[in-house]
Design a protein. Structure first.
Length: 367
């Protein structure tokens, strides 16, 4: 323990003089048993870099237009083949009608859509969906398609990532979510997602998006076969990308949920609360150039997300109506929180709730 305390003290000194943390610091942070010391350090980093007591959330609707997917990632409980029971693909008309009905009822400001990589539709299907959603709900921000999906579209259409993004942008796309990153190390990708494109493609999509002025998000799926070294490598690669293009709005750590996946049959368990808090804290400490770190309450549950607000997180994602991907993998946190509930939950953590839009412009604040 004395070693851990000394290590944290050395890292604190670096933080206080604004010195960047390196790979060995990241490893030491993951290896420490001093969980509360780590949380305190991450909270200090958050305050030193950006400041206040605000905790952000957005009012959003999650939709999945198709769960048909060709990739078969081993950690995924969402994807189906076209002939499997429960497989679906919704037309643009049906999707728009559903979204417009929901919008009339709740007035969300963001639609978040990710899908399986469906080999039975073409690129026009995606462009048409974005265009129609944008026409029907011009004031709603469309945050759609992971880098993996953009890569899939580039294969479908035989054009570059940049050209795919340019077409989607002119149809009304506002930003990209951060999925598909998993863990960048090729050893891990081969084990958990052998059918997925290499990490370089994920970066190429995000770099192209940032070059076109499309902001994006970044993620890390942890709690399966990855080592601490591979987590640190992942975070530092994100930091390097952000140094080059500055287009990431937020980082979202995603805990692996084993239910209904091949890993459940092998007896794998959910991550522990201590590990979830550690990942939030180390992310905040290493990602000194990404403005926001999210405690995704759907994944962590509200009580732990509340604690995470003292471990470096400053965003709880949002009202998240209708999330299906973590629910398929055993998340028990429900799929919708009303604004009043989120406000109560943020206040009870001693922080100031701020409703934001996707680009972090403030819409409303509860003092
Ligand atoms: S994680 Fe995405 S790409 Fe992988 S199988 Fe599931 S839906 Fe398909």
């Amino acid at each position: 323990m004395a070693v851990a305390v000394d290590t944290l003290q050395e890292i604190r000194e670096k933080l206080e003089v604004g010195e960047r943390l390196d790979f060995d610091d990241g490893l030491a942070l993951f290896e420490t048993d001093d969980l509360l010391g780590l949380g305190e350090l991450a909270d200090l980093a958050r305050r030193l870099r950006s400041g206040g007591d605000e905790v952000f959330f957005v009012q959003n609707l999650y939709l999945n237009q198709t769960n048909v997917c060709r990739v078969k990632c081993k950690f995924c409980a969402f994807a189906k083949t076209r002939k499997q029971e429960g497989a679906y693909t919704i037309t643009a008309d049906e999707l728009v009608e559903d979204a417009a009905r929901q919008h009339a009822a709740s007035g969300f400001t963001e639609i978040h859509i990710v899908n399986g990589e469906n080999p039975h539709v073409d690129f026009a299907f995606y462009v048409d969906t974005v265009r129609r959603l944008h026409e029907a709900l011009p004031d709603v921000h469309l945050k759609m398609y992971t880098a993996s999906e953009i890569h899939h579209m580039s294969k479908l259409a035989g054009i570059s990532h940049r050209d795919v993004l340019r077409e989607l942008q002119s149809a009304g796309l506002g930003s990209l979510p951060g999925g598909g990153a998993e863990i960048f190390a090729q050893r891990v990708r081969r084990l958990i997602a052998p059918g997925k494109e290499p990490a370089e493609d994920w970066f190429d999509v995000h770099e192209a998006a940032h070059g076109l002025g499309i902001p994006t998000h970044c993620t890390m799926l942890y709690g399966h076969v990855e080592t601490y070294e591979e987590r640190v490598d992942h975070l530092l690669r994100l930091r390097e990308q952000q140094d080059r293009t500055s287009g990431f709005l937020a980082f979202i750590p995603l805990a692996f949920h084993p239910e209904n996946t091949v890993f459940e049959r092998r007896g794998w368990r959910f991550t522990t609360g201590a590990d979830d808090l550690k990942v939030i804290a180390v992310s905040r400490l290493l990602l000194d150039n990404v403005p926001h770190v999210k405690a995704y309450w759907i994944m962590m549950g509200l009580p732990l997300a509340q604690v995470a607000l003292h471990f470096g997180a400053d965003d709880v994602q949002g009202t998240v109506a209708r999330e299906q991907i973590f629910q398929a993998a055993g998340a028990t946190s429900g799929t919708e929180q009303k604004i009043s509930e989120l406000v109560r939950f943020v206040r009870a953590a001693g922080r100031i709730p701020v409703q934001r839009d996707t680009l972090y412009d403030e819409l409303r604040r509860w003092q």
